[in-house]
Design a protein around this ligand. Sequence first.
Ligand code: TMP
Length: 212
Amino acid sequence: MTHGLFVTLEGSEGVGKSTQLRLLQSALASLGHEVLITREPGGSPGAEDLRQLLLFGKNPLSLRAEILTHFAARADHLDQVINPALAEGQVVICDRFTDSTMAYQGYGRAEGDPDVLDLISRLQSQLGREPDMTFLLEVPRDVARLRLAARGAPVDRYEQSDESFHARVTAGFREIARQNTGRIRRLHLDTHSAEEVNSLIVKDILSQISQG
Ligand code: TMP
């Protein structure tokens, strides 16, 4: 590959993204591909500082400030980590990207307000980088809730939001997938095992690499 492949994984909390990332890294590395696994918000030292502020900051940000901070973190992550790795021909797999801002801030927090969706779209187009392919992982919310409870990790600002927020985020992801059928593939982890979903993702990635 003369330039790399940019893959993103999306979905609500507790859908099993971490398991998929682990399985993907070992499957692709064992086939000889150079793989970089990264995440948002975060992924570069400066963006990780912004992650702390976004998820655990003492004071709530206004919606516009929250959106711009997600994009500030994303710009740093792209400039310092993602774009250089892609230029070296690596496969970059990122846990969340702009679709999360559209789902959480656009559909979740702003309840689909067209002005907010438009602001996020415009910021997105300023970035100069879109994922080559995106996998949207889905499980029923009660399954996701059980997994989150079992994880026992610190509860961040978004996890603390109420059920109606999470329902809007989930519906938002479905709407984003509907509008981007060429890029986004929906995968249901309730009807397929983690291993089956992993095989499907690996197959898609390898087919994209062979075409590129
Ligand atoms: P996670 O790393 O556990 O997925 O947590 C990140 C949280 O941040 C998750 O609740 C989703 C949220 N988030 C947004 O609200 N907007 C964004 O643009 C991104 C990347 C994440």
